[in-house]
Each structure stands twice: as structure tokens, then as C-alpha cells.
Design a binder for this molecule. Sequence first.
Ligand SMILES: Cc1cc2nc3c(=O)[nH]c(=O)nc-3n(C[C@H](O)[C@H](O)[C@H](O)COP(=O)(O)OP(=O)(O)OC[C@H]3O[C@@H](n4cnc5c(N)ncnc54)[C@H](O)[C@@H]3O)c2cc1C
Length: 475
Amino acid sequence: MPNVTVATRKGGTATWKTEDIDALRGRLRGTLCLPGEPGYDTARTIWNAMIDRRPAAIVRAAGAADVIQTVNLAREQDLVLAVRGGGHNIAGNAVCQDGLMLDLTMMKSVRVDPVNRIAWAEPGVTLGEFDKETQAFALATPVGINSTTGIAGLTLGGGFGWLSRKYGLTIDNLLAADVVTADGKLRHCSEEENEDLFWAIRGGGGNFGVVTSFEYRLHPVGPEVLSGLIVHPFANAKELLEGYRRVVADAPPELTIWAVLRKAPPLPFLPAEVHGTPILVFALCYAGDMEKGKKAAAPIRALGKPIADVVGPHPFVGWQTAFDPLLTPGARNYWKSHDFVELSDGFLELLRGAIGNLPTPECEIFIGHLSAAVNDVPVEATAYPHRNINFVMNVHTRWSDRKQDETCIGWARNLFDKAAAYATGGVYVNFMPEDETQRVEKGAYGPNFERLTKLKAKYDPDNLFRMNQNVRPRK
Ligand SMILES: Cc1cc2nc3c(=O)[nH]c(=O)nc-3n(C[C@H](O)[C@H](O)[C@H](O)COP(=O)(O)OP(=O)(O)OC[C@H]3O[C@@H](n4cnc5c(N)ncnc54)[C@H](O)[C@@H]3O)c2cc1C
């Protein structure tokens, strides 16, 4: 077997001889994949097809022991290290070029304690897998809206979805975690133990170590929830968006309504003549009693004359997959995101104008509805600081032909720049593309940034974990 050359963090290389590779394989419970070997391409392929990197070697970990081995190796040899959970992050930091990649996707255990309403998940678990286990007991914790997203990266950035207005962010329901820090030690952290590390991983991303187990609080949800889509022609967007603004201002915490602006996909419940035309979609979920949900959803359902209203009782697990067909892996993607306190007239006008020149039919603008329980948590309680916002805009630009890269990215940036005047300047770290490192300090972390830099100096002084929206250590 030829030697393997692995990139180091200082720009050099380390060389692994056959005996080094054999020794590493012998120490692992999981597998070591080199280029061309089975599993290598699966592990390095992530959701965003813009990212096509080839690590020198990939450890496909089977458990915490493999994570400790990999972290120690990367530290001792000063290797470039990337950590992959579900592989969904838009920035693509889960994969490195020529370095060592730690792939956690084989670590898939979920254990539920239905009596005490607690679940433990390993970092290779996807949201859909987690929901299926917890929903066996009609329990859930707030996670995201696409079932193939990884629970690890989502949690470490904050995490929000249909249940967040009622039960908070994913991190607000994190009870504890096991973290392998840069020194190779496995540390249990919670409000009682290693509290500073626990604070940092609740929003601080992968900066502080590799999480090998998450412990979550669960809540009674479903198994059916009132949920579904209301699809309108875009021609009435002005009145509808103003109506949306009125309705969400009075919505109870159980009710979450997101707005999606895009061209109509060929959904079976939409007439064929609507396919490909601009639409405004309200997607809603009521996390509570079905009859109360019907009353709460009535005002948004009464707006305008929809092309389709498919709101009704749906299994929660099914509703959690509702957007999967629009968000499949393998496309080229670029995102731009802003936080908002309010949906001002100027911003709504800007949104309406943007739909006229979508660069491809797959592009869309999501307005995520937050506030309520998310904002009941103090800014300094967790590393995630955005506890005063009510909406998040995510511009999802999506295409398949690389010749369209410039047009699509340019369209997203242009809309983002114009929207800045109405936004807070803050950004959800999990929605930041690779080229937004300048937003990490003020945009992603703001008042919590300084504390994060100090904790980075404590837990990762040499910045081993730097393939992320990086917080550099500062004493
Ligand atoms: C289609 C789609 C829909 C989304 N919807 C939502 C949503 O509704 N709500 C929401 O909050 N977010 C949403 N997101 C964003 C999502 O939270 C982030 O992309 C998140 O980073 C995905 O986590 P992952 O494990 O799949 O990603 P990965 O790319 O595997 O990981 C992201 C980063 O996290 C770090 N990391 C991963 N696992 C670990 C670990 N175990 N220990 C330490 N560091 C680790 C690494 O730095 C890695 O680069 C969505 C993303 C996509 C693509």
C-alpha cells in the first residue's frame, strides 16, 4: 500500500506508512477509508453539491473510543480535521481537502426513556430517525423542518422548527452532552458539570469538541398534529403578507406559521396549470390540542382565496418530512440569511419584487417564525444569542448546472444586501455559507462572542476544531 499524505494545519503534510495505517485500523472499532475504498465517497458526499472535497483519510467512527483516537491523532500530528454529523451544513465544513475527516454517520443509536421524558442520541442520527423513536411514545423535542438534517450540527448551532415557539430551541431542551475535547478527554457537561462547556456547545457549533452523545428533554406531541400548507397565487401577495404579519402577531405559542415564496412545484394537490407559477405558501403547525388548533389556525386560513388548503390532522413524523422533496441532497446550494424583529412594509415590498426574478424554479425564500418560548431565555444563558427576534429569512438559492453559479449566488447576495436595511444584523450560525466568516463575531454571536473566545482558549487553545464558523481562541 502506498504512503498516505495528510495535510497539516500549518500548511505542511504528515506521512502515514503502511504500518501506521494498519496500526490505526487495529485501534478503531469503526473503519478507516482511504480514497477509492468502499465507504469513502459515501462519507465525503454531503447535502450541498457545491462542496466536492477529497480528504486524505476518513475515520468512520463506531463510538466515542474512535472519536478519542481520531482527535488524539489529529492533535499529535497537527492534522487538518473536519467533523461530519448529518452532512447538511450549507458551508460544507464537514469535509476537508487532503486532511483527516471524522465521519460520525455510523453512530446512530437513540434511546428513549418515556417515563422521565428523556432521549439520548448519538451524533450520526438524523432528525427523522430521532422523531421516529420519540414519536413511538408520542413525545418530541424541537428540531428542524427537514428530516434528513443531522441532529448534531443542528443542535450545536441552536436548532429550531415547528415546536420551538412552544418549547424553545433544540438547545433549550438539551440536558447534557458527552464531548471529546481537543486534549482527547471525554467530558460530560450539563448545568451541573462542566457548565461553561455546556454553555458553549449550546450555539457555539463544533468549536469546542466532538459531541458523542446528546441528552434531550421530551414533550408530549402528537402522534397527530394540526398541520399543512395553504397555497396562494402570488398576485395577492401584498394583502396576504400584510395579513400574515397581523395573524402571527397574535398567534399563541403552539401555533407556528412559516411563509415560503417560490414557484409552484408539481405537488399532487396543485392543479397542473399552477405548476411553475409564483406562489406564496403558508406552512403551519399547531403543537397542541387539535380543536384548539383549528380555532387558532382559522385567521390564517381565512386570508384571501387559496389555490389549495391542505391543513388538517397529520402524523407529526409525516409533517416533519413535508419539505423533504424540495430539499433533497445533490443540488448546488447557496444561502443568505438575516434575522428580523418585524416584517416592515419596505421589507415585504422587497420580498414581493424578488420573486419576479428567481434565477431557477427551485429557488425560494423562507420566512421562519420564531419568538414566544425561544425569546423567554436570556441572551447570556446559552451561546446562541438571538433571543429578541421574531423572524428569520433564509434565501435558498438552488440549481444544478455549475454554469449558473455566478447568477444564482449573485441573486442571493443582491437580495440579502437590500434586505439588510430592515434586519437586525444578526444571523443564525447554521444558515451561514462558507464565505461569511466575517459575520461570526458580530452577526452570529454578538454579546456572547468574547466569552466564547475565552472558552475556546480553555478547551481548544490550538484551534484544532477550526473547520466550522470558527471562534478563534483568545485569553
Ligand atoms: C435542507 C435543510 C434544512 C434545514 N432546516 C433547518 C431548520 O429547520 N432548523 C434549523 O435550526 N436548522 C436547519 N438547517 C440547518 C442545519 O441546522 C445545519 O445545516 C446543521 O449544521 C446541520 O447539521 P448536520 O449534522 O447535518 O451537518 P454537518 O455538516 O455534518 O455538521 C455541521 C458542522 O457541525 C459540526 N459538527 C457536526 N457534528 C458534530 C459533533 N458531533 N461534534 C462536534 N461538531 C460537530 C462540524 O463543525 C460540522 O462542520 C437546515 C439545513 C438544511 C440543509
